[in-house]
Write a protein that binds this ligand. Structure first.
Ligand SMILES: Cc1ncc(COP(=O)(O)O)c(C=O)c1O
Length: 374
Protein backbone atom coordinates (compact mmCIF):
# COMPACT_ATOMS: atom_id res chain seq x y z
CA UNK A 1 0.00 0.00 0.00
CA UNK A 2 1.18 3.52 -0.79
CA UNK A 3 1.57 5.88 2.12
CA UNK A 4 -0.49 8.42 0.21
CA UNK A 5 -2.99 7.81 -2.54
CA UNK A 6 -3.24 10.58 -5.11
CA UNK A 7 -6.31 10.59 -7.30
CA UNK A 8 -5.78 13.58 -9.59
CA UNK A 9 -3.37 13.35 -12.52
CA UNK A 10 0.18 14.56 -11.88
CA UNK A 11 1.64 15.98 -15.09
CA UNK A 12 5.35 16.47 -15.67
CA UNK A 13 4.75 20.27 -15.64
CA UNK A 14 1.77 22.35 -14.56
CA UNK A 15 2.08 26.15 -14.82
CA UNK A 16 -1.35 27.03 -13.46
CA UNK A 17 -0.37 27.21 -9.78
CA UNK A 18 2.51 29.57 -10.49
CA UNK A 19 0.40 31.92 -12.62
CA UNK A 20 -2.52 32.03 -10.17
CA UNK A 21 -0.09 33.08 -7.44
CA UNK A 22 1.25 36.08 -9.38
CA UNK A 23 -1.68 36.93 -11.65
CA UNK A 24 -2.62 40.24 -9.99
CA UNK A 25 0.98 41.51 -10.06
CA UNK A 26 1.54 40.46 -13.67
CA UNK A 27 -1.72 42.09 -14.78
CA UNK A 28 -0.69 45.29 -12.98
CA UNK A 29 2.64 45.15 -14.85
CA UNK A 30 0.80 44.59 -18.16
CA UNK A 31 -1.32 47.62 -17.38
CA UNK A 32 1.79 49.76 -17.07
CA UNK A 33 3.08 48.52 -20.44
CA UNK A 34 -0.32 49.34 -21.91
CA UNK A 35 -0.42 52.83 -20.40
CA UNK A 36 3.06 53.51 -21.80
CA UNK A 37 2.41 51.69 -25.11
CA UNK A 38 5.90 50.24 -24.64
CA UNK A 39 5.14 47.06 -26.55
CA UNK A 40 8.47 46.42 -28.28
CA UNK A 41 11.78 47.06 -26.54
CA UNK A 42 11.77 50.17 -24.34
CA UNK A 43 11.60 50.80 -20.61
CA UNK A 44 10.32 47.43 -19.39
CA UNK A 45 12.83 45.48 -21.50
CA UNK A 46 15.70 47.67 -20.26
CA UNK A 47 14.54 47.22 -16.68
CA UNK A 48 14.57 43.45 -17.15
CA UNK A 49 18.00 43.53 -18.81
CA UNK A 50 19.45 45.40 -15.83
CA UNK A 51 17.82 43.10 -13.30
CA UNK A 52 18.86 39.96 -15.16
CA UNK A 53 22.49 41.08 -15.58
CA UNK A 54 22.61 41.71 -11.85
CA UNK A 55 21.05 38.32 -11.16
CA UNK A 56 23.71 36.58 -13.32
CA UNK A 57 26.57 38.75 -11.97
CA UNK A 58 27.40 39.88 -15.53
CA UNK A 59 28.08 43.32 -16.95
CA UNK A 60 25.38 43.15 -19.62
CA UNK A 61 22.16 41.39 -20.57
CA UNK A 62 20.31 41.79 -23.86
CA UNK A 63 16.67 40.78 -24.23
CA UNK A 64 15.61 39.06 -27.45
CA UNK A 65 12.51 37.34 -28.79
CA UNK A 66 13.45 33.75 -27.82
CA UNK A 67 16.36 31.49 -26.82
CA UNK A 68 16.92 30.18 -30.34
CA UNK A 69 17.50 33.74 -31.60
CA UNK A 70 19.86 34.28 -28.66
CA UNK A 71 22.01 31.41 -29.90
CA UNK A 72 21.87 32.57 -33.51
CA UNK A 73 22.89 36.12 -32.62
CA UNK A 74 25.70 34.95 -30.33
CA UNK A 75 27.19 32.87 -33.15
CA UNK A 76 26.86 35.74 -35.64
CA UNK A 77 28.31 38.28 -33.19
CA UNK A 78 31.40 36.06 -32.89
CA UNK A 79 31.86 36.27 -36.66
CA UNK A 80 31.14 32.56 -37.17
CA UNK A 81 29.56 31.66 -40.50
CA UNK A 82 29.71 29.47 -43.61
CA UNK A 83 32.68 27.08 -43.66
CA UNK A 84 33.06 27.17 -39.86
CA UNK A 85 32.31 24.38 -37.39
CA UNK A 86 30.95 24.58 -33.87
CA UNK A 87 31.09 21.73 -31.34
CA UNK A 88 27.66 20.98 -29.85
CA UNK A 89 26.53 18.20 -27.50
CA UNK A 90 24.49 15.41 -29.13
CA UNK A 91 22.28 15.34 -26.04
CA UNK A 92 20.46 18.67 -25.95
CA UNK A 93 17.33 20.33 -27.26
CA UNK A 94 17.78 20.80 -31.00
CA UNK A 95 17.78 24.62 -30.78
CA UNK A 96 21.38 24.51 -29.50
CA UNK A 97 22.34 23.38 -33.01
CA UNK A 98 19.85 25.61 -34.84
CA UNK A 99 21.77 28.74 -33.89
CA UNK A 100 24.85 27.32 -35.60
CA UNK A 101 22.94 26.25 -38.72
CA UNK A 102 21.06 29.54 -39.05
CA UNK A 103 24.42 31.34 -39.15
CA UNK A 104 25.49 29.07 -42.04
CA UNK A 105 28.05 27.14 -39.97
CA UNK A 106 28.07 23.38 -39.27
CA UNK A 107 27.31 21.80 -35.89
CA UNK A 108 29.67 18.97 -34.94
CA UNK A 109 28.06 16.67 -32.39
CA UNK A 110 29.90 15.21 -29.39
CA UNK A 111 28.62 12.48 -27.09
CA UNK A 112 27.66 13.01 -23.44
CA UNK A 113 29.15 11.20 -20.45
CA UNK A 114 27.37 8.07 -19.24
CA UNK A 115 26.46 9.55 -15.84
CA UNK A 116 26.08 13.36 -15.97
CA UNK A 117 24.59 13.14 -19.48
CA UNK A 118 26.36 16.37 -20.39
CA UNK A 119 29.00 16.95 -23.05
CA UNK A 120 32.00 14.70 -22.46
CA UNK A 121 35.18 16.85 -22.42
CA UNK A 122 37.34 13.80 -23.19
CA UNK A 123 35.59 13.34 -26.54
CA UNK A 124 35.89 16.91 -27.79
CA UNK A 125 39.48 17.17 -28.97
CA UNK A 126 39.17 14.39 -31.54
CA UNK A 127 36.42 16.49 -33.21
CA UNK A 128 38.40 19.73 -33.44
CA UNK A 129 39.58 20.68 -36.95
CA UNK A 130 41.12 23.79 -38.51
CA UNK A 131 37.53 24.98 -39.16
CA UNK A 132 36.37 24.71 -35.52
CA UNK A 133 35.59 28.13 -34.05
CA UNK A 134 33.62 27.52 -30.85
CA UNK A 135 32.19 25.06 -28.35
CA UNK A 136 28.64 25.42 -27.06
CA UNK A 137 28.25 23.76 -23.66
CA UNK A 138 24.70 23.25 -22.41
CA UNK A 139 23.69 23.52 -18.75
CA UNK A 140 21.28 20.72 -19.49
CA UNK A 141 18.29 20.04 -17.22
CA UNK A 142 19.45 23.06 -15.17
CA UNK A 143 22.81 21.53 -14.16
CA UNK A 144 26.04 23.36 -15.06
CA UNK A 145 28.31 21.50 -17.47
CA UNK A 146 32.00 21.01 -16.74
CA UNK A 147 32.90 24.66 -17.34
CA UNK A 148 36.56 24.53 -16.38
CA UNK A 149 37.32 21.46 -18.52
CA UNK A 150 35.63 23.01 -21.58
CA UNK A 151 37.22 26.39 -20.92
CA UNK A 152 40.66 24.77 -20.88
CA UNK A 153 40.03 23.04 -24.23
CA UNK A 154 38.85 26.37 -25.66
CA UNK A 155 41.98 28.15 -24.42
CA UNK A 156 44.30 25.41 -25.76
CA UNK A 157 42.71 25.51 -29.22
CA UNK A 158 41.87 29.21 -29.41
CA UNK A 159 38.10 28.61 -29.51
CA UNK A 160 35.19 30.65 -28.18
CA UNK A 161 33.08 29.15 -25.39
CA UNK A 162 29.34 29.80 -25.46
CA UNK A 163 27.02 28.75 -22.64
CA UNK A 164 23.59 27.50 -23.61
CA UNK A 165 21.92 28.42 -20.34
CA UNK A 166 18.37 28.11 -21.70
CA UNK A 167 17.45 25.70 -18.88
CA UNK A 168 19.61 27.14 -16.11
CA UNK A 169 18.50 30.59 -14.84
CA UNK A 170 20.04 30.75 -11.36
CA UNK A 171 22.20 27.60 -11.48
CA UNK A 172 25.65 27.91 -9.90
CA UNK A 173 29.04 26.50 -10.81
CA UNK A 174 31.27 26.50 -7.72
CA UNK A 175 28.93 29.07 -6.15
CA UNK A 176 29.12 31.41 -9.17
CA UNK A 177 25.99 31.92 -11.28
CA UNK A 178 26.15 30.57 -14.82
CA UNK A 179 25.99 33.21 -17.55
CA UNK A 180 29.39 34.86 -17.20
CA UNK A 181 31.79 32.01 -17.92
CA UNK A 182 31.73 32.00 -21.73
CA UNK A 183 32.04 34.83 -24.26
CA UNK A 184 28.27 34.91 -24.08
CA UNK A 185 25.50 32.87 -22.45
CA UNK A 186 22.15 32.29 -24.12
CA UNK A 187 18.93 32.02 -22.14
CA UNK A 188 15.40 30.99 -23.03
CA UNK A 189 12.43 32.47 -21.21
CA UNK A 190 9.94 30.13 -22.88
CA UNK A 191 6.90 29.85 -20.56
CA UNK A 192 7.87 26.38 -19.30
CA UNK A 193 11.37 27.40 -18.20
CA UNK A 194 12.19 28.04 -14.51
CA UNK A 195 12.04 31.73 -15.45
CA UNK A 196 9.46 31.84 -18.23
CA UNK A 197 7.72 34.84 -19.77
CA UNK A 198 4.02 35.14 -20.46
CA UNK A 199 4.91 34.60 -24.11
CA UNK A 200 8.13 33.89 -26.01
CA UNK A 201 11.38 35.53 -24.90
CA UNK A 202 15.12 34.97 -24.60
CA UNK A 203 18.28 36.77 -23.58
CA UNK A 204 22.06 36.88 -23.80
CA UNK A 205 24.49 37.78 -21.02
CA UNK A 206 28.09 38.85 -21.53
CA UNK A 207 30.91 40.75 -19.84
CA UNK A 208 32.23 42.04 -23.17
CA UNK A 209 31.06 45.50 -24.23
CA UNK A 210 31.90 44.91 -27.90
CA UNK A 211 29.66 41.85 -28.03
CA UNK A 212 26.98 43.78 -26.16
CA UNK A 213 26.99 46.57 -28.74
CA UNK A 214 27.08 44.09 -31.64
CA UNK A 215 24.11 42.17 -30.23
CA UNK A 216 22.07 45.32 -29.65
CA UNK A 217 22.52 46.28 -33.28
CA UNK A 218 21.93 42.77 -34.68
CA UNK A 219 18.63 42.30 -32.81
CA UNK A 220 17.35 45.65 -34.06
CA UNK A 221 17.71 45.58 -37.88
CA UNK A 222 21.42 46.28 -37.75
CA UNK A 223 21.01 49.86 -36.62
CA UNK A 224 22.10 51.99 -33.71
CA UNK A 225 20.54 55.16 -35.11
CA UNK A 226 17.02 54.64 -36.41
CA UNK A 227 16.79 54.08 -40.19
CA UNK A 228 20.58 53.98 -40.60
CA UNK A 229 21.51 50.32 -41.14
CA UNK A 230 25.20 49.56 -40.73
CA UNK A 231 24.84 45.83 -41.38
CA UNK A 232 22.22 43.24 -42.29
CA UNK A 233 20.36 42.82 -39.03
CA UNK A 234 17.33 41.01 -37.64
CA UNK A 235 14.09 41.86 -35.91
CA UNK A 236 14.65 39.92 -32.70
CA UNK A 237 13.63 42.43 -30.04
CA UNK A 238 11.96 41.38 -26.80
CA UNK A 239 8.34 42.47 -26.34
CA UNK A 240 7.33 44.83 -23.52
CA UNK A 241 4.60 42.55 -22.15
CA UNK A 242 7.01 39.63 -21.98
CA UNK A 243 9.60 41.80 -20.21
CA UNK A 244 6.98 43.07 -17.74
CA UNK A 245 6.00 39.51 -16.81
CA UNK A 246 9.68 38.57 -16.42
CA UNK A 247 10.27 41.55 -14.12
CA UNK A 248 7.62 40.21 -11.76
CA UNK A 249 8.70 36.58 -12.04
CA UNK A 250 12.43 37.20 -11.54
CA UNK A 251 11.59 38.31 -7.98
CA UNK A 252 10.18 34.86 -7.25
CA UNK A 253 12.80 32.80 -9.09
CA UNK A 254 15.15 32.15 -6.13
CA UNK A 255 12.24 30.79 -4.05
CA UNK A 256 10.92 28.69 -6.95
CA UNK A 257 14.39 27.30 -7.70
CA UNK A 258 14.87 26.47 -4.02
CA UNK A 259 11.61 24.53 -3.97
CA UNK A 260 12.70 22.55 -7.05
CA UNK A 261 15.97 21.73 -5.28
CA UNK A 262 14.01 20.46 -2.26
CA UNK A 263 11.87 18.24 -4.48
CA UNK A 264 14.99 16.96 -6.26
CA UNK A 265 16.63 16.19 -2.90
CA UNK A 266 13.52 14.19 -1.94
CA UNK A 267 13.66 12.25 -5.22
CA UNK A 268 17.38 11.59 -4.80
CA UNK A 269 16.97 10.42 -1.23
CA UNK A 270 13.66 8.62 -1.63
CA UNK A 271 13.91 6.74 -4.93
CA UNK A 272 15.73 3.53 -4.11
CA UNK A 273 15.02 1.09 -6.90
CA UNK A 274 17.65 -0.88 -8.84
CA UNK A 275 15.60 -0.40 -12.03
CA UNK A 276 15.96 3.40 -11.88
CA UNK A 277 19.08 5.54 -12.31
CA UNK A 278 19.30 9.29 -11.62
CA UNK A 279 21.53 11.95 -13.23
CA UNK A 280 24.91 12.18 -11.47
CA UNK A 281 25.60 15.56 -9.87
CA UNK A 282 29.28 16.55 -9.50
CA UNK A 283 30.10 18.47 -6.30
CA UNK A 284 30.69 21.70 -8.23
CA UNK A 285 27.27 21.68 -9.89
CA UNK A 286 24.35 23.41 -8.17
CA UNK A 287 21.42 22.48 -10.41
CA UNK A 288 18.12 24.35 -10.50
CA UNK A 289 16.40 21.18 -11.74
CA UNK A 290 14.59 22.49 -14.77
CA UNK A 291 14.12 18.77 -15.42
CA UNK A 292 14.58 15.73 -13.21
CA UNK A 293 15.65 13.00 -15.62
CA UNK A 294 15.90 9.29 -14.81
CA UNK A 295 16.78 6.27 -16.94
CA UNK A 296 15.35 2.77 -16.82
CA UNK A 297 15.89 -0.31 -18.99
CA UNK A 298 12.30 -0.74 -20.14
CA UNK A 299 11.02 2.80 -20.53
CA UNK A 300 7.69 1.96 -22.15
CA UNK A 301 6.90 -0.41 -19.29
CA UNK A 302 7.73 2.16 -16.60
CA UNK A 303 5.85 4.86 -18.51
CA UNK A 304 2.64 2.83 -18.71
CA UNK A 305 3.02 1.76 -15.07
CA UNK A 306 3.33 5.42 -14.01
CA UNK A 307 0.40 6.44 -16.23
CA UNK A 308 -1.69 3.71 -14.57
CA UNK A 309 -0.87 5.44 -11.29
CA UNK A 310 -1.87 8.89 -12.61
CA UNK A 311 1.72 10.09 -13.07
CA UNK A 312 2.62 11.52 -16.50
CA UNK A 313 6.36 12.01 -17.00
CA UNK A 314 8.01 13.84 -19.91
CA UNK A 315 10.77 12.63 -22.26
CA UNK A 316 13.85 14.82 -22.88
CA UNK A 317 14.73 13.98 -25.57
CA UNK A 318 13.61 10.92 -27.57
CA UNK A 319 16.01 11.50 -30.51
CA UNK A 320 19.58 12.82 -30.07
CA UNK A 321 20.55 15.75 -32.30
CA UNK A 322 22.97 13.80 -34.53
CA UNK A 323 20.21 11.36 -35.53
CA UNK A 324 17.53 13.96 -36.26
CA UNK A 325 16.27 13.87 -39.86
CA UNK A 326 17.06 17.57 -40.18
CA UNK A 327 20.77 16.72 -39.94
CA UNK A 328 20.71 13.65 -42.20
CA UNK A 329 23.00 15.49 -44.62
CA UNK A 330 25.79 15.53 -42.00
CA UNK A 331 26.09 11.73 -42.30
CA UNK A 332 25.92 10.66 -38.66
CA UNK A 333 24.80 7.11 -37.91
CA UNK A 334 23.62 5.10 -34.94
CA UNK A 335 26.59 4.23 -32.75
CA UNK A 336 28.37 7.59 -33.25
CA UNK A 337 27.27 8.92 -29.83
CA UNK A 338 26.35 5.80 -27.82
CA UNK A 339 25.67 7.49 -24.46
CA UNK A 340 23.31 10.06 -25.98
CA UNK A 341 21.57 7.30 -27.93
CA UNK A 342 21.13 5.16 -24.80
CA UNK A 343 19.68 8.13 -22.96
CA UNK A 344 17.27 8.95 -25.78
CA UNK A 345 15.88 5.42 -25.61
CA UNK A 346 15.71 5.11 -21.83
CA UNK A 347 15.05 8.55 -20.30
CA UNK A 348 11.99 9.90 -18.52
CA UNK A 349 11.48 13.26 -16.80
CA UNK A 350 9.70 13.07 -13.45
CA UNK A 351 7.14 15.75 -12.50
CA UNK A 352 9.09 18.86 -11.50
CA UNK A 353 7.70 22.32 -10.69
CA UNK A 354 7.78 24.48 -7.59
CA UNK A 355 4.07 24.01 -6.84
CA UNK A 356 4.29 20.20 -6.71
CA UNK A 357 2.99 19.30 -3.24
CA UNK A 358 4.91 17.24 -0.66
CA UNK A 359 2.06 14.76 -0.78
CA UNK A 360 2.48 14.27 -4.53
CA UNK A 361 6.27 14.01 -4.25
CA UNK A 362 5.89 11.30 -1.57
CA UNK A 363 3.36 9.52 -3.72
CA UNK A 364 5.62 9.58 -6.83
CA UNK A 365 8.51 8.20 -4.75
CA UNK A 366 6.36 5.42 -3.30
CA UNK A 367 5.06 4.45 -6.73
CA UNK A 368 8.59 4.41 -8.20
CA UNK A 369 9.90 2.28 -5.34
CA UNK A 370 7.08 -0.24 -5.81
CA UNK A 371 7.97 -0.69 -9.50
CA UNK A 372 9.49 -4.12 -10.07
CA UNK A 373 8.83 -5.07 -13.72
CA UNK A 374 12.29 -4.12 -14.97
C1 LIG B 1 18.89 23.74 -24.22
C2 LIG B 1 18.00 24.69 -24.98
N1 LIG B 1 18.56 25.51 -25.89
C3 LIG B 1 17.82 26.40 -26.58
C4 LIG B 1 16.46 26.50 -26.39
C5 LIG B 1 15.68 27.45 -27.26
O1 LIG B 1 14.93 28.37 -26.56
P1 LIG B 1 13.55 28.93 -27.15
O2 LIG B 1 12.54 27.83 -27.08
O3 LIG B 1 13.22 30.07 -26.25
O4 LIG B 1 13.80 29.35 -28.55
C6 LIG B 1 15.83 25.70 -25.42
C7 LIG B 1 14.41 25.79 -25.07
O5 LIG B 1 13.48 25.52 -25.69
C8 LIG B 1 16.63 24.74 -24.73
O6 LIG B 1 16.08 23.93 -23.83
Amino acid sequence: MYKSIVKQQIPFLDLRGQHQQIKAQVFEAFDQVYENTAFSGGYFVEKFENKFAEFCHTEFAIGVNNGTSALQLAIIALGIGPGDEVIVPANTFIATAWGVSYAGATPVFVDCTSDTWQIDPSKIEEKITSRTKAIIGVHLYGQPFNLEAIDEICKNHNLFMIEDAAQAQGANYKNIPVGGFGEMACFSFYPGKNLGACGEAGGITTNNENYYNALKSLRNHGCVERYYHDEVGYNMRMGGLEAASLNVKLNYLPVWNQRRKEIAAEYRKGVVNPHIRIQAQPVWADSIYHLFVIVTENREDLMSYLNDHNIFPGMHYPVPCHLQKAYKNLGYKKGDCPNAEYLAEHCLSLPMYAELSDENVDYIIDVLNAYNHG
